[in-house]
Design a protein around this ligand. Structure first.
Ligand code: AHR
Length: 544
């Protein structure tokens, strides 16, 4: 203790000459761990007027994506009922417990590119066909995790089902029969088959993805070609569940949208939205998908571990482009849909790095570092700022693939920095966005200059104010001086996520290198002062 106090005093002396540091609170609060000796806790002033409510931050933006890819399903979710790994009806219990803590709102399945080659009949009933997964390593697909297993899984974690139907190599009839099998309450042959396979009651299917990347792995279509499919699927692939015939329970149909920025993608959005505006009674959609990965360049070559500050800065710069991409597609959507009936659904996002050395080709295995925690927070903040249009999103992917929540190795399981950020952000689910104004300052490394601080605020259903603040600067702490209007503040506390290095990761041997720890703010005269460690994500609630 004596040593820690000495250390704090020493740090306070080092930090004393810093500009603006005392403006609101006198001596800044200093978090000791991980601060380089030369670091300086300069202040960033931020103001929040909690009486100014924005859009609802739809909890569906915290959605997950689970594709039949690598060990994302087999091993990551499904171990089979006879496995020595604890499971419920074949679904691993540790993963279910971890995901329940995230309040996962929806899971997108079975793909991805896999969806456009998936034939649902091979994954129901006692005899499952063994097929191939040509997109992802050419491995065999046992189909032991099929329709019933997926719906059991989402029920176990308390999430809604988001099913992507096969447009590329399937037919409207095949998809229509799948939905009848899933949702019919009357004793049709397909409903009776569902009952014989163990589920007499109709399933609830909240979201229907009509194809996946139909401009590429989903069939290399032009927007016009895709539109002719969209119209047929939208008309014929019906949800018969009696409990889903009225708003707000109706199944929402999500059309394939753009795959990034630039003329090719703005043309796609324009063509689909223009057709939607001129639609007849016989077809409709409720969402337009957007896929945008943080990759910098193809093929993905940035390392997911063992990198330095240059890669950290370049990846964060790239991820911040999400904001402009959403803004540009939203502007096109506004032209045809000023009432914002159609949601922009970012149903694939996240960091895509070089595969881990030694991992199987096509398995998209990568580590998940502190950088990914910061990256996740930045994207969630962007979605929240666009909450009026972005009402759903799905990070790619949930377990063992790309920017994952969870890594497994046989019976072992660890939580990633991205998982921790999703858990810290749970209070923002369905909270009301509150505008924040701040002078974010800058962080520069080489030719890359980024905002030093990024922040959002929201009020939850009980009226409590929440702040999420990221300090992007990996070298300097920052003191946030937040003036609050429209809310009484007596105390503020929460959690912060940081680690010694930008590429710090959790491993099966050291699973808690990157883990949240408590943080408390000082509150004086209704304002909050909070010192954020370098390269950190912090979420605090303000107690009245
Ligand atoms: O998430 C991996 C792949 O990325 C998906 O299958 C595809 O839709 C996208 O290109």
């Amino acid at each position: 203790m004596y040593w820690e106090e000495q250390m704090l005093q020493m740090l306070a002396r080092i930090l004393r000459p810093v500009t603006r540091r005392r403006r609101l609170f006198g001596v800044a609060v200093i978090a000791a761990a991980g601060i380089a000796p030369a670091a300086a806790a300069e202040s960033v002033a931020l103001s929040v007027d909690a009486s100014k409510a924005g859009a609802k931050i739809d909890r569906q933006i915290f959605g997950q994506f689970a594709e039949h890819l690598g060990t994302g399903i087999y091993e990551g979710v499904w171990v089979g009922p006879d496995s020595p790994i604890p499971n419920t009806r074949g679904i691993r219990s540790d993963v279910v417990t971890a995901l329940k803590a995230l309040d996962v709102p929806n899971v997108r399945w079975p793909g991805g590119c896999f969806a456009d080659e998936y034939h649902w009949r091979k994954g129901v009933g006692p005899d499952r066909a063994v097929t191939l997964n040509p997109n992802w390593g050419g491995v065999t697909e046992p189909n032991t995790f099929g329709t019933h297993e997926f719906l059991d899984f989402v029920e176990q974690i308390g999430a809604e089902a988001f099913i992507s139907v096969n447009v590329g190599s399937g037919t409207p009839q095949e998809a229509a029969e799948w939905l009848e099998y899933l949702t019919a309450a009357q004793p049709t042959t397909l409903a009776k088959e569902r009952a014989a396979n163990g589920h007499p009651a109709p399933y609830k299917i909240a979201y229907l993805g009509i194809g996946n990347e139909s401009w590429d792995c989903g069939g290399n279509m032009t927007p016009e070609h895709y539109l002719s499919h969209l119209k047929a699927y939208s008309r014929f692939v019906r949800n018969f569940n009696p409990a889903q015939q009225q708003d707000p329970h109706r199944m929402l149909r999500i059309a394939v949208g753009p795959g990034g920025d630039g003329p090719r993608w703005t043309e796609w959005t324009d063509t689909v939205m223009k057709a939607w505006r001129g639609r007849s009674w016989s077809w409709d959609m409720e969402g337009l998908s957007l896929h945008n990965y943080t990759v910098v360049k193809w093929p993905p070559s940035y390392k997911s571990v063992g990198f330095g500050e240059r890669d950290y800065a370049e990846i964060l710069k790239s991820t911040l482009e999400m904001d402009g991409i959403i803004a540009r597609h939203s502007a096109i959507m506004d032209k045809y849909d000023p009432e914002k009936k159609i949601a922009l659904v970012v149903d694939e996002w996240g960091a895509w790095y070089a595969p881990l050395p030694g991992s199987k080709e096509g398995f998209l295995a990568q580590q998940n570092s502190l950088r990914d925690g910061v990256l996740a927070a930045l994207n969630l903040n962007i979605f929240a700022r666009h909450a009026d249009r972005v009402r759903m999103a799905n990070i790619a992917q949930m377990v063992n693939v790309l920017q994952t929540m969870i890594l497994t190795d046989d019976e072992k399981m660890i939580l990633t920095p991205t998982y921790h950020v999703f858990r810290m952000y749970v209070p923002f689910q369905d909270a009301t966005f509150v505008p924040v104004s701040l002078d974010a300052g800058t962080y520069t490394h080489g030719s890359v200059t980024l905002p030093r601080v990024d922040a959002i605020a929201a009020r939850d259903k009980a009226g409590k104010l929440w702040l999420a603040v990221a300090n992007l600067d990996p070298n300097r702490p920052v003191t946030i001086e937040a003036s609050l209007a429209g809310v009484t503040a007596r105390s503020a506390a929460g959690e912060t996520l940081t680690a010694p290095r930008v590429d710090s990761v959790n491993t099966f041997e050291t699973p808690n290198v990157v883990a949240p720890k408590p943080i408390a703010a000082k509150v004086l005269g209704g304002a909050v002062a909070l010192t954020l460690e370098p390269k950190s994500v912090t979420v605090v609630s303000v107690e009245p």
